[in-house]
Design a protein around this ligand. Structure first.
Ligand SMILES: C[S@@+](CC[C@H](N)C(=O)[O-])C[C@H]1O[C@@H](n2cnc3c(N)ncnc32)[C@H](O)[C@@H]1O
Length: 242
């Protein structure tokens, strides 16, 4: 059986009888067991079933950060844990960072906790995720993360950011122009895409170059995050735009 524990909630990927769930809940010391069938729409909302218990809000600890979230309203991708920390560790002292698809603070919170960024603008379109983003800023006692509710196409601050995180995999390339226009000379974007394996070294970087216009694009790294579907990888491209 495959399962993952998020805070004190167990997520399982198959149906269990009630007796099994009671046993599982005791064994794993959780208050609720849920099955999440899939994540839908641009707001990345879970389609779920509660198999045991009823409370769906929890606090998950990861990489020294606290993430409060309601698993019936917002998603949590356990497979992105290394990437969340990797980005936080790349941020240099005094940087201005924009997190265009902030969610509950998947990247903004670790950046706030583990770096000395001057400011992190965290933009999120889903009011439920935005609510937890604000909660998580308080929970982690951060004073350099500024939450913004809205569509990043309209709300990305028109400034010269040092780094922009694009942690979203549905049509992310449609947002590249907005990102690049807000990026400093020599600034870095972390651009996420789900891409067929055979196009991995080609398509994401070509999309960045296409939107960069006259600006030079230096490929720094292509990082595989996880398998998204058979033959399809979730990758992140780090690119410097001069
Ligand atoms: C759920 S996160 C992706 C997961 C994250 N990369 C991680 O490490 O777990 C993507 C977020 O982008 C938000 N989003 C989608 N389109 C957006 C837009 N145009 N502007 C701002 N936020 C957006 C969604 O609501 C969602 O919360």
């Amino acid at each position: 059986m495959k399962y993952k524990k998020i805070g004190d909630i167990l997520i399982i990927n198959n149906e269990y009888l009630e007796e099994d769930c009671e046993y599982l809940a005791r064994k794993h010391n959780v208050k609720t067991i849920m099955r999440i069938d899939h994540i839908q729409g641009i707001r990345r909302e879970p389609v779920y079933k509660i198999l045991f218990g009823h409370e769906t809000e929890t606090i998950n600890k990861e990489n020294g950060c606290l993430f409060k979230l309601d698993l019936s309203k917002v998603m949590w991708s356990k497979g992105n844990n290394n990437e969340r920390l990797r980005i936080a560790k790349l941020v240099e002292d005094g940087e201005t960072v924009i997190d265009m698809f902030a969610g509950i603070g998947y990247f903004s919170i670790p950046i706030g906790v583990h770096s000395n960024a001057q400011k992190v603008y965290a933009i999120e379109i889903n009011p439920n995720s935005y609510h937890y983003l604000c909660e998580n800023i308080k929970l982690n006692k951060l004073n350099n993360v500024a939450p913004i509710l809205g569509d990043c196409k309209e709300h990305t601050p028109k400034l010269k950011a040092d780094r922009i995180v694009m942690g979203y995999v549905k049509t992310t390339h449609h947002y590249l122009k907005v990102a690049i226009d807000s990026l400093n000379e020599g600034g870095i974007i972390h651009y996420h895409e789900t891409v067929p394996e055979k196009l991995m070294d080609k398509r994401p970087i070509e999309r960045i170059v296409a939107q960069a216009g006259d600006r030079d694009v230096e490929l720094l790294k292509i990082n595989k995050i996880k398998k998204y579907a058979p033959g399809v990888e979730h990758v992140v491209v780090d690119a410097r735009i001069s």
